[in-house]
Design a protein around this ligand. Structure first.
Ligand SMILES: CSC[C@H]1O[C@H](OP(=O)(O)O)[C@H](O)[C@@H]1O
Ligand code: HPA
Length: 260
């Protein structure tokens, strides 16, 4: 744990249904440029309770950037440059696991990357050495424990495990693709979990995913997936997500940076 005066801001990357963070007491806004390009939106600085927070809307504000076109490197680099060393990535997902239907909240413990063609590493160009980071546990254990405790205390429909399948999008999956992901051991499906998680790891940041199930994945219900269904699940579900964020911010902010 670090002392109050040493604390940097906690980063929150909001996704679908979380373009802005209600409850964040905004103190400033900063348009940051990075050597990887422009992040999706200006960084919004503020406080959740006593903890300073930097909020970034993954798909821009308004929501307009497709999942395969997000500049993940610029987003993570901009947060790093703003002093963020712990990041919560909030994701809307489809549920594959039979217990993970709409409104369920999950703190996944693993991820499988099915994306392609994205800028997925900072180790590129004319470098002096090769670097292969360990990525056995893609999500930070301490940050996971904090979110899990907050979700448990609030009595929300919630799972403290799950394998997130990161697909390319922007289309949703076929039923056969979902059956394949299930055979692979995936519990949830979304389009943005990678390379966000690995880029944070490459910079030595703590990264954790807080996922809200907004629909049954393709073929897991008796109907096709509609945006109306997703929008209906987002509003109530995100209020639970915000409650978890508020309840866990101080502890997340007190985590010692991994690479200090
Ligand atoms: C049908 S909504 C798909 C959209 O929602 C998720 O976004 P995010 O992870 O940023 O919350 C998913 O990955 C897709 O981008
Ligand atoms: O069913 C889905 N598939 C991929 N991404 C998603 N994001 C929300 N729901 C889904």
């Amino acid at each position: 744990m670090s002392s109050e005066s040493e604390r940097g801001p906690v980063g929150i990357i909001g996704g679908t249904g979380l373009t802005t963070l209600a409850g964040l007491k905004i103190t400033g806004e900063e348009a940051r440029s990075t050597s990887w390009g422009e992040p999706s939106a200006p960084l919004v600085q503020g406080r959740l309770g006593h903890q300073s927070v930097v909020f970034l809307s993954r798909h821009g504000n308004p929501h307009r950037i497709q999942p395969h076109q997000v500049n993940y490197r610029a987003n993570i680099q901009a947060l790093y440059d703003a002093g963020v060393r712990t990041v919560v990535g909030v994701n809307a997902v489809g549920g594959i696991h039979p217990d993970m239907g709409p409104a369920h909240i999950v703190v996944p413990d693993q991820i499988i990357d099915y994306t392609w063609g994205r800028g997925s590493t900072f180790f590129e160009g004319d470098l002096e050495e090769t670097t292969h980071i360990d990525f056995t546990w893609p999500y930070d254990a301490d940050a996971r424990a904090i979110l899990i405790a907050a979700a448990t205390a609030r009595g929300l429909p919630f799972s403290d495990f799950g394998v997130y399948a990161a697909t390319q999008g922007p289309r949703l999956e076929t039923a056969a693709e979902i059956r394949r992901l299930e055979r692979d051991g995936c519990d949830l499906v979304g389009m943005t979990g990678m390379p966000e998680a690995v880029l944070a790891a490459e910079l030595g940041m703590r990264y954790v995913c807080l996922a809200l199930v907004v629909n049954w994945a393709a073929g897991k219900s008796d109907h096709i997936i509609t945006m109306e269904e997703i929008e209906a699940a987002i509003e109530p579900g995100m209020s639970g997500v915000k409650g978890i964020l508020e309840a866990s911010m101080a502890e997340l902010g007190a985590l010692t940076p991994k690479s200090s």
